[in-house]
Design a protein around this ligand. Structure first.
Ligand SMILES: Nc1ncnc2c1ncn2[C@@H]1O[C@H](COP(=O)(O)OP(=O)(O)OP(=O)(O)O)[C@@H](O)[C@H]1O
Length: 572
């Protein structure tokens, strides 16, 4: 709650102004029936027409002023709600940028999307509703009851009783609603997960002919949501009926009691109109506020979910140190590094020691699941080591700002990902100041100069994820993008897997010619990709089974020899 309220702090003055407008608006709404009553009473007592006209002019003025204030209030509320939502979304997004993979897994990507879009939307709506429909209620009740008492004591008590009755019913229903709305939000998350899975995996579903199974799964998640939504709507409907009944019974009671009082001469005919109007206004406002308050448990649930993300302490904390001068050849060093995932029973990596040097190629080879990609993730601090340390030019990377660490690395992920836009925008992602010549050189090195033959050239359109290019083209574009970024170490995480042998060889050759100052870290499954590396690490179940050049490993490392024989028909 405190966290969310802090987002309203910058808008304190606007909130105060809105509150004043609302109070003035409510006062205006109640003055209109008071003047109506005066006009009726003047007419009944056969007063001068000019007196009635004066009252009419007052009424017109107040109605116009009240209408204007309502309009201004609504506009200010809408602006405030939009600004509040924007600030909250920006903060949530900024926070998620600091999350490690484990942090993301804690919430789930689908849930973070629901929280950023839907939950904040609920809060925005609630803020607007509270300002427009709940905030004026105490003023409306207090003024309405006061005006009723000023007309007749019985009328005052009648309005007071009706108000309390509806308020008590609302409190009971709100308690029931809290649980339903909690469920509703979790079903929304579930729908999001199932929908995302079905839309992104649609080809797999069709290929395996699992449409019926998936339709059942989708239907179940939709049904769960619908059942809870229907329960919530029943509560709304019940409350709606109750309030209408109370309004009508109150009007009947006003007419009955008021009629008797007119008979005894203690009330005038116009007063009945005024009290009836007060009752309708009060009960209308209380009813609207109930509807809003019914949504408060939902808003509270959303608020808790948003605060959980905002207050989450990221696994990775930013350091404040500076990396060393980098006089020696060493860029990164793994020093007895071990790593275990939070939810795993065993270490994924154990006691790794090696270094990456300027102008040298380090390669990592090993079976699937041996921990190769995890090494790249540790380098980038997507996770922190469990034991040992990784240093950048002699400084532990945990003591460096993440931005400084990541600017030293250019990373090409296993799954090439391109952003929607143009090829040029994608290439400039890591270096907005790159010249056209830089882009073309990177494309040529990455064997991606097919781009220059496209009708749009560098301006060619890229669909979301780069799906309008083949797997191999995407990989080459992703490599070109990384080459545009200046870095100390270029990390290729199995980035040549979709390339044919010829392109793979041409690319490696070009890389060696182009990148002379920085280091290369190549993670690969194919031995031909890493054959000429200055140092090859053979990884087996998270441990280094051998380290050296190809020729040395062929002599000393049985695992490497096995891989080589199986891939190279005898190891040549
Ligand atoms: N987020 C995670 N939580 C728990 N375990 C994980 C997580 N990510 C990976 N692992 C496990 O860590 C091990 C190493 O995974 P990693 O992706 O580093 O292997 P790899 O050698 O790159 O495999 P491949 O060549 O198939 O990509 C695997 O056994 C995997 O199941």
């Amino acid at each position: 709650m405190k966290t969310i309220l802090s987002f309203l702090k910058p808008y304190r003055k606007r909130l105060l102004f809105i509150s004043l407008i609302m109070i003035a608006d409510v006062g205006g709404s109640l003055l209109v029936p008071t003047i109506t009553a005066n006009m009726i009473n003047l007419a009944v007592s056969q007063a001068d027409l000019s007196d009635i006209l004066v009252q009419g002019i007052w009424m017109l003025g107040i109605a116009l002023l009240s209408g204007g204030l309502t309009l201004l209030g609504s506009w200010l509320c809408a602006r405030l709600s939009a600004d509040f939502g924007r600030d909250l979304r920006v903060a949530l997004y900024d926070k998620t940028l600091s999350f490690s993979t484990t942090d993301f897994e804690t919430f789930g990507t689908a849930s973070i999307i629901t929280r950023t879009l839907n939950d904040i939307n609920v809060l925005q709506q609630s803020l607007m509703n509270v300002l427009q429909l709940v905030l004026p209620v105490p003023v409306m009740c207090a003024l309405g009851i006061f005006f009723s008492f000023s007309i007749h004591r019985d009328m005052g008590f009648l309005i007071l009783g009706a108000t309390f009755l509806v308020l008590a019913a609302a409190l009971l229903i709100i308690r029931k609603a809290a649980r339903i709305f909690e469920l509703l939000q979790s079903f929304l998350d579930r729908m999001n997960v199932v929908l995302r899975e079905n839309l992104t995996g649609v080809r797999v579903i069709r290929a395996f002919r699992k449409e019926t199974h998936e339709i059942k799964r989708m239907r179940k998640s939709f049904e769960d949501y619908a059942i809870s939504a229907i329960q919530a709507n029943r509560l709304f409907a019940g409350l709606d009926c109750l309030a209408t009944v109370v309004i009508n019974l109150t009007i009947v009671a006003i007419l009955y009691l008021g009629g008797n009082q007119i008979g005894t001469g203690s009330m005038k005919v116009g007063d009945i109109t005024a009290v009836t109007e007060y009752a309708i206004w009060i009960l209308f406002y209380v009813m609207m506020a109930q509807m809003v308050i019914l949504l408060v448990p939902r808003a509270m649930t959303c608020m808790r979910r948003i605060c959980a993300v905002l207050n989450h302490t990221p696994e990775i904390k930013d350091g404040t140190g500076q990396s060393g001068s980098g006089a020696g050849p060493e860029i990164f060093r793994f020093d007895h590094v071990s790593f275990r995932f939070a939810d795993a029973d065993e270490n994924t990596l154990s006691d790794l020691s090696f270094s990456c040097e300027k102008g040298k190629t380090t390669a990592i080879i090993g079976g699937t699941g041996s921990g190769k990609s995890t090494i790249a993730k540790l380098l980038l601090r997507f996770h922190d080591v469990t034991a040992g340390q990784i240093t950048l030019k002699g400084t532990d990377i945990r003591s460096l700002p993440q931005s400084e660490l990541r600017s030293a690395i250019s990373y090409i992920p296993q799954r090439a990902w391109l952003f929607s836009g143009t090829i040029e925008e994608n290439l400039r992602y890591g270096n907005p100041d790159a010249t056209r010549e830089d882009l073309i050189r990177a494309l040529k090195t990455a064997q991606a100069d097919f781009v220059l033959d496209l009708p749009g050239g560098l301006k060619s359109h890229v669909s979301q994820g780069g799906t309008n290019f083949s797997g191999g083209q995407r990989q080459r574009l992703s490599i070109a993008r990384s080459l545009v970024k200046p870095a100390d170490l270029y990390v290729f995480d199995d980035s040549f897997s979709a390339l044919d042998f010829q392109t793979d060889a041409a690319l490696r050759h070009a890389l060696q010619e182009e990148i002379t100052e920085a280091g290369l870290l190549i993670i690969a499954q194919r031995i031909s990709t890493i054959l000429h590396a200055d140092q090859i690490l053979v990884l087996n179940e998270g441990q280094i089974a051998g380290i050296g050049r190809h020729e040395e490993l062929m002599e000393t490392c049985p695992i490497y020899r096995d891989i080589a024989h199986s891939q190279m028909k005898g190891g040549n």
